[in-house]
Ligand binder design. Sequence first.
Ligand code: DC
Length: 224
Amino acid sequence: MAHSDIPVIAIDGPSASGKGTVAQRVAATLGFHFLDSGALYRLLGLAAQQRGIDLADEGGLAQLALQMDIRFEGESIWLYDALVGDELRSEQTAAAASQVAALPAVRAALLDKQRAFRQAPGLVADGRDMASVVFTDAVCKVFLTASAEARAERRYKQLIGKGMDANIAALLQEIRLRDERDSQRSVAPLQMAPGATLLDTTPLSIEQAVAEVLARYRAASKES
Ligand code: DC
């Protein structure tokens, strides 16, 4: 199968919209590979902090992005030779990821790493610019969102479920701030790509959202 024939389902949207869970389940149902592109930005934020690289040092961060040794094995993520745990999902790491993601040289440096996930029989890629930048030829492009309140509540439950500390008002504020930073930045801002369709999951269960993405993918594959 030629590289460009390998189907990609691009799922973009704001943080805590549930797209990670939905994308993972869609990938599992189809037997496709899965790319959590946000994890790459989070890993870079973590690696920079471990190495004392300033989060505004664009050149140093881009260099680190190119060299960074990461491995995804099922549910496990390795950064150099260390297994990355819950710190990947912490609010502190999310804030670092959002900062490094605003730097054009960092985004460019991570392009090849992301495209390398496109392998037969297919890929489900989750992020902010999967449809608009990384996989512009994706066969199915979904912009998945939910209200900020619904997202804060989902994140709250997720953190409490993991035994982590959480405050719903602070989470809502953090989500609004991050949305603003992610949608205002000059490079690859969070926005719906041409050809993408909107899926608002505020009233939907995860199962309903998964079924909807699968239906859109099947309809798009028939057309192409
Ligand atoms: O999806 P997430 O919360 O794990 O993403 C972490 C940060 O990385 C978030 O601030 C947005 C940014 N990001 C991005 O700019 N582009 C992507 N493709 C994925 C994530």
